[in-house]
Design a protein around this ligand. Sequence first.
Ligand SMILES: [Fe+2]
Ligand SMILES: [Fe+2]
Length: 422
Amino acid sequence: MAAVQEMARLQRMLFEVEREFVRTATTFIPRVGEVELKYLLCQHVWESAGHARFIRERGREMSGFGKGDSVCESYRTVFEEAIRVDDPLVGLAAFYQILKPALLSAYRHYLEATHHLADWPSRKLVEEFIVDEKRHLNEIEPYLEGVEAGESGERFKGALDSLGGWLGERESTPLPEDFKWIGKEIPYRHPETCNRGDYPVCSSAYGYDPAEFPIVRSWMEDPKTDARVIRLTIYIWLMMELDAVDYLATVFYDTPDASFDMHFDLARHLWDESRHSAFGYKQLPKFGVDLSKLEHSLELYNILIHMSPPERYAMMTMEFEASSFPTKAIIMDRVRELNDFEADTLLAFDRNDEQQHVRYGHRWLPEIMKLFGEEGPVDAFVESAKARFNELAKTHGTKTPHSLPADERITGNTLLKIAGVA
Ligand SMILES: [Fe+2]
Ligand SMILES: [Fe+2]
């Protein structure tokens, strides 16, 4: 069985690299400002989680894959090192110019090393992953033009070379004696606020005054509101789900001992939220909304980042998501009046995804609580998280001033004009 065991061992290593990529690449999501780059990273994280899942499934058919989901310390150290950069683009350059190409080489090595007929089931997977990895490198390229991993990149390269590549398939070069692992000395911290690049920002997009806020709460369920205004409002709501992308992205890194199944579902959740945000991002300009005048709300991230990972996840799934259904149902009915098939479709998929997210919440909240030693009943935990959220909102909630004056930014009144009802 030595031949099988050897290939299973390589699969285990590939699984661990993909897994650790998911846990650490997510830290860049709140740090980068470009909206479409955030979306792309969510997509890559989801696809990488998929690679890990299929490798694990195949690996478990083979003798020697090993039990459990944990990642070995040597991989963890390299990835930990690569996220500790001041400029997130430099970090991404390290990921995409050094760590991911090394993964591509590792997959190629697997193909060469295995028997094409005997190990055909693995071969099919690896061939597909090679196509994905090459595509990932192409897709990221426009965002990293002119960016180099530079000096820090040399360090990560050195670290990886000391392993002889992810699979030890190359000769290893020992690290210089004075090599210092920054990751072992400085703990990583998520940013206090999330980056939105050149986009204008504010604390919240939700309010009651149509001269101040783009999402006017009282309009959404008011039968007198024109359906075209409702459609614009829900697209803004969806686009603002980018905040969920940014705060959910922080949970992966913070739960290094989570099962892979949990991270797999979180990766799906993350990618779903990025697509929901993209629904608004892609549709709004078609209706004449100038996105450079639409402020992004940062409040939820700014508050949640001060809460523990289980509290963050509890607020997201058990409060924000679970309580959004009644309003969204009314909105879906109103939008249907417009005979806008695409809008109906987007909202239907959003609803379906959100139902799944609440299911994830029920499945994983007790597990994340356990990881943080929270042993009481889940309901009580959710209640105390809500109370703490409200308390923290006083300190961190309304701290982001409007980037734009009220007469320049998109508000409810602007939407009336765009919809042609004012
Ligand atoms: Fe969503
Ligand atoms: Fe959701």
